[in-house]
Ligand binder design. Structure first.
Ligand code: HEM
Length: 372
């Protein structure tokens, strides 16, 4: 977080200093297309990219399948970052550098990158059309895709990433069948914490699966796949009971009901002692969840990059498209007693939900007593 935080501090300090200047000393904003302005003229091109993607890729600014793919792509590019491999002289480092587009012939062959071909192709064409780097286009489109989903925060966007010089090796993108320890070790190597991981997984609130069980493509991870809300954190804690498609597939665990898909990794991270309190704590905490998701996304977008060389183009990001409900809703037929809560720390989440864990312990204890 340090380089990102220092960039933000620098940004805030210079903004404060600028506010003490007389208006005529301030640089006038750059005039961009359609009468729009940006603090920096280098950002104007992003308005044109914005117009193009909102019309053609996101079909009028929707939180649709392409938006979900674009968000997933931003992770798969950025997490291809490994200071550990760099220290061993095996890899220059990587990160949010667009290597997944530049070296698509290599990286798209990796199992973890299944089903990203179409979005990679679309984004390559856009970057080439507007002469921007692949690393920038991936993070910019992801930021806009999040904004198109009700509940999506404003994620700062910095432009100026140089193009990648080397493809990321296989094995850097976590897989749904990896253990929590393996996933945490991987993200720690990349500079992300366990909390960052939970925050980033809010992205699965607008996610669907295509590849794990191909017999049911488009099966969502929660009941509201077009809204970035806290339902995902609630749904994943419900007891799993059914296979929504054709039985078990690697990386899958039973879903609480048909029509919803559950990744093994989401299931395990929701219940692991290193991550469960933060996970559970997001239920019904829409504002916190969305804000922290935005911060973690901004941090992820700078992996492997030197923030001092980038330009803040956040003023190009459009306003929100809508809001998400403040509270998560239990699916029909489910009650709080169907929740598998492993965090019993009262300071997290809604006390009512946290207490239900204790209530269940209590009822279990009482029924044991009755059977004695
Ligand atoms: C533990 C880490 C993660 C694992 C194991 C994981 C795994 C997966 C898998 C297996 C899918 C289904 C892909 C398919 O079948 O089409 C998926 C979808 C998705 N993932 Fe992740 N993911 C992780 C973290 C992330 C992060 C950090 C982000 C973004 C910041 C992200 C964004 C998405 C999105 C938006 C989708 C839905 C794509 C769609 O609807 O087509 N994931 N993820």
């Amino acid at each position: 977080m340090a380089p990102f935080l220092s960039l933000i501090s620098l940004y805030l300090a210079s903004a404060a200093a600028a506010s003490h200047l007389e208006p005529h000393h301030r640089a006038p904003p750059a005039q961009c297309s359609k009468g729009r302005t940006a603090k920096n003229s280098q950002c104007c091109v992003w308005y044109d990219v914005l117009d193009d993607i909102q019309t053609n890729l996101f079909e009028g600014g929707k939180c649709d399948d392409e938006a979900h793919d674009a968000l997933r792509l931003s992770f798969h590019d950025a997490i291809g970052y490994s200071p550990l491999l760099r220290s061993q002289g095996k890899f220059p480092g990587g990160g949010a550098d667009g290597s997944i587009i530049m070296f698509a012939d290599k990286e798209l062959l990796y199992g973890a990158n299944d089903a990203l071909d179409e979005i990679v192709d679309a984004e390559r064409k856009l970057a080439d059309r507007y002469h921007v780097s692949y690393g920038d286009i991936i993070q910019f489109i992801a930021v806009v895709s999040v904004r198109n989903c009700p509940g999506g925060p404003l994620i700062p966007f910095f432009a100026g990433r140089p193009n990648a010089t080397k493809w990321a090796p296989d094995g850097l993108v976590p897989e749904a069948f990896d253990s929590v320890t393996k996933i945490l070790n991987r993200v720690h190597d990349a500079g992300l914490t366990a909390d960052d991981l939970v925050d980033l997984l809010a992205s699965h609130s607008i996610g669907k699966q295509e590849t794990i069980d191909p017999s049911i493509p488009g099966t969502p991870f929660d009941t509201t796949p077009s809204i970035l809300d806290t339902n995902f954190f609630l749904d994943t804690l419900l007891r799993g009971m059914v296979w929504p498609g054709k039985g078990f597939h690697k990386g899958q665990v039973p879903s609480p009901f048909g029509g919803e898909f559950r990744l093994q990794s989401d299931f395990a991270i929701a219940r692991d002692q290193r991550t469960s309190c933060r996970w559970q704590g997001y239920i019904n905490q829409q504002a916190d969840m969305s804000t922290n998701f935005g911060k973690a996304m901004a941090k992820m977008a700078l992996l492997g990059q030197n923030p001092a060389r980038l330009t803040d183009c956040s003023d190009v990001i459009p306003p929100p498209t809508g809001s998400a409900p403040q509270t998560a809703k239990l699916p029909r037929g489910k009650t709080v007693l169907d929740l598998e809560l492993t965090c019993h720390n009262g300071q997290f989440g809604l006390p009512t939900l946290a207490n239900i864990g204790d209530l269940r312990k209590l009822t279990g204890y009482i029924s044991k007593l009755l059977h004695l």
